[in-house]
Design a protein around this ligand. Structure first.
Ligand code: AMP
Ligand code: MG
Length: 405
């Protein structure tokens, strides 16, 4: 049986970035840039004031109490018409262009305005002892110069980058396409969530859960509903699912008599890369690819038990979706935490165990929950972490350091 690392290596080899598309910036959040972005403007476009105050000549202020004549008022959006000469000042608002002659701005809180007969805009008394050249001024093009590259290929578009694209006039950008993910739930026992199960039946919880997982990972999702455990039903739905970049199938990959998914996939040309990984829960995980000249489709056969499905998604599918989206293939990171209570780890597989992780001033503490096994989704809803216990049989004592995802 493969280790988690070996399984991840196999997946990484097949998870290549998708082709790129033009996306309006309103739809580009979370995508990865596939082109270099250059600015078409200087930012700021002019020397600008970064406070509300008075633009003056720094050399005019030798001591606190210097009095200057106000010659003009400039708000953001205006263009100053008067130069500031010795003994003069311009009332200026945040973002407004600095008038010629001025070389510093004194914030309004450090001034006092006085009305003066014969001077329509009055005088201003500067209440600081010293004014430094350049103070409260952002110089033209100090953020970026026209023509300069501001974002590189491969950059993830977060809200800041979306704003930057807007600043440089890009309403559309070339980004790596969002992966299309189809989700198929299999099992004769399954009914849709809006139905009341009768004897022998349960509701399909994996379908909605895996669609949510894929959406959170930035994918475009298709719900294929429920497939029955027969070749015809599975064949038809899997065929449809193979139109997507990634097909997630839950159930039907274990050792039961009706676990037909691997054989149906094989008949449809999907090549098995591996089956079974030494992880608990999640051992029956199946992974294969459908390769053509133009594309590689990834197929994950996830175990039917909901918690197994979710753990396999987090461990194996999520890094694959990131790589398809143009990000790097990064296995989920873990952090160290102190175990709140004793725990008996048994078995030859790495175990991911639902837990409650809390941050304290003196470090992280993690408490295993009272989990009833891989069908117990309810306890998972009370968890905010999974403890990763290494393979092997031994007792972990309270206070021991463990790794947590
Ligand atoms: P399987 O992997 O098909 O053998 O299923 C393992 C267990 O998971 C069985 O108890 C199934 O009833 C359950 N199961 C399978 N698919 C789902 C699903 N979509 N939602 C909830 N439970 C499921
Ligand atoms: Mg089944």
């Amino acid at each position: 049986m493969l280790s988690i690392e070996e399984a991840l290596d196999h997946i990484a080899r097949h998870a290549r970035p998708l082709d790129s598309v033009q996306a309006p910036i309103g739809e580009a959040l979370g995508r990865v840039l596939a082109e270099e972005i250059a600015s078409d403007v200087d930012s700021p476009p002019h020397d600008k004031s970064i406070v509300d105050g008075y633009a003056i000549r720094a050399a005019d202020v030798a001591a606190s109490g210097t009095r200057l004549k106000v010659v003009e008022e400039v708000v953001a959006g205006d263009v100053p018409r008067q130069a500031v000469e010795a003994g003069g000042a311009t009332r200026i608002m945040t973002g407004a262009p600095l008038p010629d002659g001025a070389d510093a701005v004194v914030m309004v809180e450090q001034t006092e305005h006085v009305a003066v007969e014969g001077a329509p805009l009055g005088h201003v008394v500067i209440q600081s002892e010293r004014v430094i050249v350049g103070q409260n001024i952002m110089r033209q093009a100090s953020s970026m110069r026209r023509g300069e590259t501001v974002l590189q290929v491969g950059h993830l578009l977060r809200p800041a980058e979306i704003g930057l694209l807007a600043e440089v006039g890009r309403t559309v950008a070339c980004v790596v396409r969002q992966p299309k993910v189809a989700v198929l739930s299999t099992g004769n026992e399954l009914v849709p969530p809006d139905q009341t199960p009768v004897a022998g039946q349960i509701r399909n919880s994996n379908g909605a859960m895996l669609l949510a997982c894929a959406q959170r990972a930035g994918a475009q999702t298709t719900d294929l509903g429920i497939g029955r455990d027969d070749h015809e039903s599975l064949g038809g739905l899997i065929g449809k699912g193979l139109q997507s970049d990634v097909l997630l199938i839950s159930g039907g990959v274990s050792a039961g008599v009706l676990d037909l998914v691997p054989s149906v996939l094989g008949k449809l040309g999907v090549r098995q890369v591996f089956h079974k990984v030494a992880v608990k829960p999640g051992k029956p995980l199946w992974f294969g690819v459908l390769e053509s000249n133009s594309s590689t489709k990834l197929v994950f056969g996830l175990p039917g038990n909901p918690v197994s499905s979710l753990v396999c998604f987090e461990l194996f599918v999520r890094p694959a979706l990131a790589a398809l989206s143009g990000e790097s293939f990064e296995p989920r990171q873990t952090v160290a935490a102190s175990l709140a209570g004793g725990f008996d780890q048994r078995g030859e597989r790495v175990t991911y165990y639902p837990a409650q992780l809390n941050e304290h001033v003196d470090g992280r503490v993690v408490a295993p929950l009272s989990w009833k096994g891989s069908g117990d989704l309810r306890t998972l809803a009370a968890a905010n972490a999974l403890i990763c216990f290494p393979a092997g049989t031994r007792r972990f004592e309270a206070g021991e350091t463990v790794q947590v995802m």
